[in-house]
Design a protein around this ligand. Structure first.
Ligand code: NAP
Length: 300
């Protein structure tokens, strides 16, 4: 599996596995351990979490599976996030959903993630969403302390606009290593609003969430989904690839921004199919055929 260099001492696997839906998969500890090992065998070493996934439960599910075979920890990179406070039975003190990027909350959340994940370091901690009430000097203090204590190796953001990314980075003594944003054949905004431009400018590889648009393309019958399915099928015929998911991953992978798609399925056949997309050489014209199907208009 191709590796992506984020810093001198940090590489991610090009394909990442995402654990947002882990509690929906209803897997036992042994099954989760086995899924992790199968991902590692495929070369997927980077796992994406957030404190809130599964109503604050998923990190602990993963941690319990990891505890069955602690030697797996050194073979992987763990990404997790903080900053969203959900209304949840697990957090009765939250009266409304809100963001908290205070120094105190970032440090508390990272330490709680360490406990849940049963590990003593997080490879990359992301601020989950831009916080309109953010004090960037507090974020910087929290990041510096977590780094000095060896609890978090590197930091990044998620869903940040280019100006939010640049603003936060200007307070830090080290660079942000990634911006995790929505990118898919169905969601092109990040190509149009400067997000991908900034990643290219700064040589920062973006992580792509919902790379299959959350699976909606497979079930939706609206005009855009139908146009996309038709274009993907036509391109697939030219490339001798029948699986639409594989083509949707390939569309992200061939782009020059070094996009790292986060696979959202717990089914090993689908994970393998995503990895196979690395072999597809989609041409520029095929890429644009899918772009045009998504926007519904020819480029000027
Ligand atoms: P996705 O790949 O766009 O969607 C996954 C969904 O698509 C699953 O329900 C899956 O079903 C379904 N699917 C996949 N292949 C399919 C096929 N061939 N036919 C029908 N359905 C298919 O990814 P995602 O789960 O939305 O997001 C991926 C990861 O991104 C998450 O796990 C999380 O780590 C991250 N994320 C981050 C943010 C953020 O704000 N930073 C937001 C959302 C997600 P099965 O489970 O049945 O395979």
């Amino acid at each position: 599996m191709e590796r992506v260099k984020l810093t001198d001492d940090l590489n991610f696997s090009r394909m990442i596995h995402g654990l947002w839906r882990l509690n929906d998969w209803k897997l036992g500890d042994e099954e989760i351990r086995s899924l992790i090992e199968q991902c590692l065998e495929l070369g997927i070493t980077t796992f994406d979490h957030a404190d809130i996934y599964g109503g604050y439960q998923n990190e602990a599910l993963f941690g319990k599976a990891l505890a069955l075979k602690p030697s797996l920890r050194d073979k992987m990179e763990i990404v997790t996030k903080c900053g969203i406070k959900l209304v949840s039975k697990a957090r009765p003190e939250h009266e409304i959903q809100h963001y908290d990027t205070s120094r105190k909350h970032i440090i508390w959340s990272a330490e709680n993630s360490l406990k849940n994940l049963q590990t003593d370091y997080i490879d990359v901690l992301l601020i989950h969403r831009p916080d309109p009430y953010m004090d960037p000097s507090e974020v910087a203090d929290a990041f510096i302390q977590l780094k000095e204590e060896g609890k978090v190796k590197h930091f990044g953001v998620s869903n940040f606009t280019p100006s939010q990314f640049a603003m936060l980075e200007s307070y830090l003594p080290f660079p942000l290593v990634t911006n995790q944003v929505e990118i898919s054949v169905s969601y092109l905004q990040t190509f149009l609003d400067g997000t991908i431009d900034q990643c290219l400018q700064k040589r920062v590889a973006p992580m792509a969430w919902s790379p299959l648009a959350g699976g909606s393309i497979f079930s939706n019958e609206d005009e855009k989904s139908m146009r996309l399915k038709k274009a993907l099928q036509e391109v697939g015929e030219e490339l001798n690839v029948s699986e639409l998911d594989k083509l949707m991953f390939a569309w992200l992978l061939v782009h020059p921004a070094n996009i790292m798609p986060i696979i959202g399925s717990g089914k090993i056949e689908r994970i393998k199919s995503a990895v196979d997309a690395l072999q597809i050489n989609m041409t520029r014209q095929q890429w644009f055929k899918i772009w045009i199907a998504s926007t519904g208009e020819n480029v000027a």
